[in-house]
Design a protein around this ligand. Sequence first.
Ligand code: NAD
Ligand code: UGA
Length: 460
Amino acid sequence: MNESFKRKILCIGAGYVGGPTMAMIAHKCPQYKVTVVDINPDRINEWNSENLPIYEPGLYEIVKSSRGKNLFFHTDVKKGIQESDIIFVSVNTPTKTFGVGAGMAADLQYWEKTARQILECSQSPKIIVEKSTLPVKTALAMERILSSANSGIHFEVLSNPEFLAEGTAIKDLENPDRVLIGSSQTESGLKARDELVEIYQNWVPRKQIITSNIWSSELSKLVANAFLAQRISSINSISDLCEKTDADISEVAHAIGMDSRIGDRFLKASVGFGGSCFKKDILNLVYLCRNYGLTEVADYWESVVRINEYQKERFILNMLKAMFNTLADKKICLLGFAFKADTGDTRETPALYIANKLLEENAKLIISDPKALKNAKKDLKGAQGDISYVEDPYVAAKGCHALAILTEWALYAELDYQKIYNSMEKPAFLFDGRNIVSHQELHKIGFNVYPIGKPALKHF
Ligand code: NAD
Ligand code: UGA
C-alpha cells in the first residue's frame, strides 16, 4: 500500500453523505488517503462489498475506482482519529425526540460523542470539518469540547456543509453549484480553510469554492434547505387552489418559472416533500428563531412544514372522497415508496404517511418500488393490516381498485397502462401524486384520474 500520501483524511459517519462525499474526494485526489469509519459494522461491511448500503446512480463505479487504493472503510474509529490530519464529521443530526426542544431542535448527541472521541484519541493537531448539518454556533461548542482537556493539541474547526441531493449525489459532488467553507478569521483558521480549498480545487473551479465566517456557513445550509422546501410548499399550496378553480398547476408553474427572477426548477407540485433533511432542518431553523425571540420569523418558516403536512392529508382525503368515502377491503397499489426517484431512501417519505392512513381505513396495500422495498418493509414493520410488497408493477397492480403514484420513478411514466387497466377492478382509479403520467391518455383508457393541482378526469 502506498503510505506516502500527502495528507490523511478521516470521515466519521458512513451514511448518505459520508460515503459518497469521501468516495468522490478519494476518486479525485489519489494523493490523499481517505478513510471512512462508522460504529455500524453492517454498514461498513456493505461499503466493502458489491452491495453498497445505499443506492445512488454512479456511486459503485466511483467507490470501486478507489477502494483498497486510497479509500478505506472500517469500524476502528480510534485508530482512524489517531492516524488522520483532517477529520470530516458526517454523523446523523436528527430532530430531537425527547426533553427540551423535542420535535424541533437538532439532536446533537451523536455529534457531541464524536467531538469527545476526537479529543480522547488525538495525539496530534487536526482540522475538524463539520459536514453534518448543524444549528448555528455548533462549531463553538465543538471548539469548547476540544479545548476542554488543555491537551496542548490544536484543533481548528471548519464548517463545510454538504448540498448534494439524493439520487443525483454523484453528479452534484462532481459538479457542485458551489462548495462553501466557513472558518474563523484567525491565522490558523485561514490556513486550515486553505487546506480544504486545496482539496476541492482538485476538481472544483476556484470561483465556485466560496468562503465565509463559520456562522454564515452553518446558517446558509439551513437556509438553503428552507428556501428549497419553501418553493415546494408554495407550489403545493397553489395546487390546492388549482383543483378548486380548474386552473392547471403545470401551466401555472411554467408561466411563473419563465420569469428569470423566479426560475423554473423546484416547482413540481407533488404529494409533498420528504427526505431526512427538509423538515428537520426547517424545524431546526424555527427552533433557533424562537430561541432568539423571533416569533414572526419562526412562524413564517414553520408554515412551510405545515403546508407540507396539509398536502399529504389532502391527498388521502381526495382518495377517500373519490372512492365513494370507503376504502375498506379495497386493494390499493402504491407505485413508489422512496421519498424521491433514484434512491432507496424512505426517510420522511410521504408514502409512509399515505400507507399508514390507508391502513387506518382498512384498505389492503400492495407496495411497489424498484429500490426501496427493503426500507419500506422496515418502516411498516409492526403496522396492522394487509400489506404486500411486489417489485413488478404489473403484478402489483393486478386486481387493485386504485393506483397511487407516490414516487416519480421514470419507469412509472412508461408503463403499459392499458395492460394494467385491463387487470384491475372497475371502476379503476389513478391518483398521480407526482403528475408524471399522461392524464388524458389514461382517462381515455378508462381510468378515473386524479392529478395534483389539475381538474380530475372522471367517467361518472
Ligand atoms: P446517515 O444516518 O445516513 O449516516 C450517519 C452515520 O453516522 C450512520 O451510519 C451512523 O451509524 C454514523 N454514526 C453516528 N454516530 C457515530 C459515531 N459516534 N461514530 C461513528 N459513526 C457514527 O445520515 P446522512 O443522511 O449521511 O446525514 C448526515 C448529516 O449530513 C446530517 O447532518 C444531514 O442533515 C446532513 N446532510 C444529509 C444529506 C442527505 O442527502 N442525506 C445531504 C446534505 C446534508
Ligand atoms: C435536499 C436538497 O436538495 C439538497 O441540496 C440538500 O443537500 C439535501 O436536501 C440535504 O440537506 O439533505 P434531497 O432531500 O436529497 O436534497 O432531495 P430533493 O431533490 O431536494 O427533494 C426533496 C423532496 O422534495 C423529495 O421528496 C422530492 O420529491 C420533493 N420535490 C422536489 C418536490 O415535491 N417538488 C420539486 O419540485 C422538487
